[in-house]
Structures are given as C-alpha cells and as structure tokens.
Design a protein around this ligand. Structure first.
Ligand SMILES: CC(C)(COP(=O)(O)OP(=O)(O)OC[C@H]1O[C@@H](n2cnc3c(N)ncnc32)[C@H](O)[C@@H]1OP(=O)(O)O)[C@@H](O)C(=O)NCCC(=O)NCCS
Length: 170
C-alpha cells in the first residue's frame, strides 16, 4: 500500500470507494433505497482535488502500490466549519473499500490525515460519525478520538443523518 495526495484524475476512483463504503458501511443505518441509487459520477464532480490551497479540503489516497495504482481508500481534511471550534481541523471523510477493510489501511490514512493537519499548524481536530456507526466509533476511539457530547442532524450528500462529534488533540 502507498499513500499520496489525490490528483484531479483520481476523482472517479475515489468516488467508487466512497459509494461502496457507504453502501456496505451504512447498510441498515441509512435507507436501502437511498444507498442503492448512489452513483460515483455524482460525487466525483463535486470533489475539490485540483489545488494546494490549505484553506480548502485536502485528500490523501491509499493505493495498492501496483502499476494500475488502484485506489483502496481515502481521507479528507479541511479547516474547521464549526463555530465553537474555530481553530480545529476537521477530518471530513475516511473511507476504505469494503474489500480491503481490516488490513490497516484506515489506520494508515487517519494517521496521515492527522500529520497533514499538524503540518498546517493545527493542534486539535474533530470529526463526525453517524450515531449508529459503531464500527467507525470503535475505530476512532482506538485512535484516541473522544465523543465531545455534541449530536445533531445534518444533511450530507442529500440525506438527513444523525451525527455525533468526536475530538482529538493532534
Ligand atoms: C472505518 C474504516 C475507515 C476503517 O478502515 P479499515 O481499513 O478497515 O481500518 P483498519 O484495518 O486500519 O483498522 C481496523 C482494525 O484492523 C486492525 N488492523 C490494523 N492494522 C492491521 C493490519 N495490518 N492487518 C490487519 N488488521 C489491522 C486495527 O487495529 C483495527 O482494529 P479495531 O477495529 O479493533 O480497532 C472502514 O471500515 C470504512 O471505510 N467503513 C465504512 C465507512 C465509515 O464508516 N467511515 C467512517 C466515516 S465517519
């Protein structure tokens, strides 16, 4: 496995991982009718991959390291959008293709995402998970993220989701 910054040409491959991870990871948590109609191309065109501006999102991809450079997962970080945590960074996305879960790719990506936030001078970070996403919550707790008590309903990719916020010192 290799980690590298995402490039604009990666958008569709990232979106395929993104949709497959939602469909497998969120089965039973979000309506099947919603998950089944997700299309990678709809997400691919909304990613922001063609810049080095630290005030915009930054995506790191994990690839299989072979000639085909297959994308197995990705992590995205961004400056804070939370009015009560203005000096934090955000881990806005962490997704691994379901065929590759449990091989250490998530651990490698979350570590690289934290390192990127530190390189921007940030000392604290937050993320959101679905309230019922116990697999992700176990994963984040073992990476020393802690729920801070905030829960709310947000709209993400066109659907309402009940989310829980976690924080971690970097
Ligand atoms: C949550 C998610 C990103 C984790 O990714 P992953 O690649 O499966 O995670 P890892 O393999 O790095 O770690 C998972 C477990 O394998 C263990 N592991 C770590 N390195 C390993 C290795 N080399 N080989 C085998 N297992 C390993 C980890 O310790 C961890 O154990 P734990 O669950 O008991 O803590 C992934 O399951 C996913 O995409 N889920 C769906 C989407 C989602 O919920 N994303 C989070 C949104 S908030």
């Amino acid at each position: 496995m290799l980690l590298r910054p995402a490039q604009p040409a990666d958008a569709l491959a990232i979106a395929r991982v993104h949709v497959r991870a939602w469909q497998h990871g969120y089965a039973g948590l979000l309506p099947a009718s919603y998950l089944n109609q997700l299309r990678p191309q709809d997400r691919a065109e909304k990613y922001d991959l063609s810049h080095t501006d630290p005030s915009r999102p930054h995506t790191i991809v994990a690839t299989d390291g072979n000639l085909g450079d297959q994308i197995l997962g990705f992590a995205t970080t961004a400056p804070s959008h939370e009015s009560d945590l203005p000096h934090h960074g955000e881990l806005t996305a962490l997704y691994v293709d379901p065929d590759s879960w449990g091989r250490g790719i998530g651990v490698a990506l979350v570590s690289a995402a934290r390192t990127h936030l530190v390189s921007l001078g940030l000392k604290h970070a937050y993320l959101f998970t679905l309230v019922d996403n116990l697999r992700a919550q176990r994963f984040y707790k073992s990476d020393q993220w802690t729920p801070d008590g905030l829960q709310r309903t947000d709209t993400v990719w066109g659907t309402a989701v009940h989310v829980l916020r976690f924080q971690r010192n970097l």
